[in-house]
Design a protein around this ligand. Structure first.
Ligand code: PLP
Length: 390
């Protein structure tokens, strides 16, 4: 069947190959554990689910305003104001189908054909394809494990051209868990603003930063330069609400209007009763988030206590999110010469599913999610170690 050239240039999701193999092995009766997941293993807290159920029972099931439920937009504005000291109002916000649609809307609204988007690598899998769908050119800038997976202003300056339109930052990062410090973020922001480069800051893991590290948001820069900065966030990771599809954006009103045009011609409003649940999440206190953060932190420490001892593996301690991204390239051999082959090998031999670093623009690494209970995590990592190191 004929499909568009747009589809031909899109890479299929690299994580699908691992999933397909894992399902095949499971069907053969093999025990497979997945450390490949990108979602919290906790249930969505009760009071959030209850708010959604009440909305359904009250018949809150109709079309709504494209940029979101007014009370949710107000709750989002308050979130930024309380957390990051901004003076946002509802009109500076928009509710989207996950952080993913926020990013999609933004790139569609900001990029002209041929314009370049700088993406620090390792990067989240969907960034380059989304830039391509907006007819932009993704420009990856690599940061190694030795550099803590953080890029510098000098690296950014080296790839800047007169076509550079956007810098897409993600801190804390999926897949590395790296979180930039306030000084690092400020230096990058200063560079971008002074070069008239728009910053999209994907802060979907802002609530999952482990002390003593603190989340350095770009929100204060939005306050000063609303025409050059926007923030993407959502409830998936912080409130264990991946399936609800609630994302949001903090941006200039003109950009909100532009994104509303895109969303209005594609998906319209986000599910009405899910938005009611989201209001309960953002206005119900952050104790549940604190509890989940504490669990993730324990798991990170547990995982690091095991991986930190693996010979010839470099794994910077992640400061946020729920992933480890060890550099394992010194282990590559004829049987597993790259990250995809190593992940297939570990799936077959250890029964543990991981995601190859190549999917995130770094073939030296593999991504390990610790969004699983401590026992599963410990057992799976020990299984991997037995297979790799005997
Ligand atoms: N940004 C990053 C860095 C992510 O890891 C994810 C999800 O994995 C998203 C955005 C999108 O999240 P969602 O669309 O589920 O809100």
């Amino acid at each position: 069947m004929k499909t568009s050239s747009r589809i031909a240039q899109l890479k299929p999701s690299a994580t699908l190959a691992v999933n397909a193999k894992a399902l095949e092995l499971k069907a053969q009766g093999k025990e497979i554990v997945s450390l490949a997941v990108g979602e919290p293993d906790f249930p969505t807290p009760d009071y959030i689910r209850d708010a959604c159920k009440h909305a359904l029972d009250d018949g809150f099931t109709r079309y709504g305003a494209v940029p979101g439920l007014p009370e949710l937009r107000t709750a989002v504005a308050n979130y930024f104001n309380v957390m990051y000291g901004t003076s946002a109002r509802a009109e500076h916000t928009m509710i989207t189908n996950g952080g993913k649609q926020a990013l999609f809307n933004l790139l569609q609204s900001l990029i002209n054909p041929g314009e370049e988007v700088i993406i620090p690598a390792p990067y989240w899998v969907s960034y380059p394809p989304m830039v391509q769908l907006a007819e932009g050119v993704p420009v990856a800038v690599a940061a190694s494990a030795e550099a803590g997976f953080k890029i510098t202003v000098d690296q950014l300056e080296a790839v800047r051209t007169n076509k550079t339109a956007v810098l897409l930052l993600n801190s804390p990062s999926n897949p590395t868990g790296a979180a930039y410090s306030r000084e690092e973020i400020d230096a990058i922001a200063e560079w971008a603003i002074s070069n008239n480069i728009f910053i999209i800051s994907d802060e979907i893991y802002d609530q999952l930063v482990y002390a003593p590290a603190e989340h350095a948001s770009l929100a204060p820069w939005w306050e000063k330069y609303p025409e050059q900065v926007c923030i993407v966030n959502g409830l998936a990771k912080s409130f264990a609400m991946t399936g609800w599809r609630i994302g949001y954006v903090l941006a200039h009103v003109d950009l909100i209007k532009a994104m509303s045009k895109i969303q209005g011609q594609s998906t319209s409003n986000v599910c009405s009763f899910a938005q009611k649940g989201a209001v309960a999440a953002l206005t119900g206190g952050f104790e549940v988030v604190d509890t989940m953060r504490a669990s993730f932190r324990k798991r990170r420490d547990l995982a690091m206590s095991i991986i930190g001892k693996w010979p010839n593996v470099v794994c910077p301690v992640p400061q946020g999110a729920f992933y480890l991204f060890p550099d394992v390239h010194r282990l590559y051999n004829e049987t597993y010469p790259d990250s995809a082959a190593l992940c297939t090998y570990l799936l077959e031999e250890a029964g543990v599913a991981l995601v190859p670093g190549a999917a995130f623009g770094d073939d030296n690494c593999i991504r390990i999610s610790y969004a699983v209970d401590e026992k599963t995590l410990e057992e799976s990592l020990n299984k991997i170690a037995r297979i790799l190191f005997g």
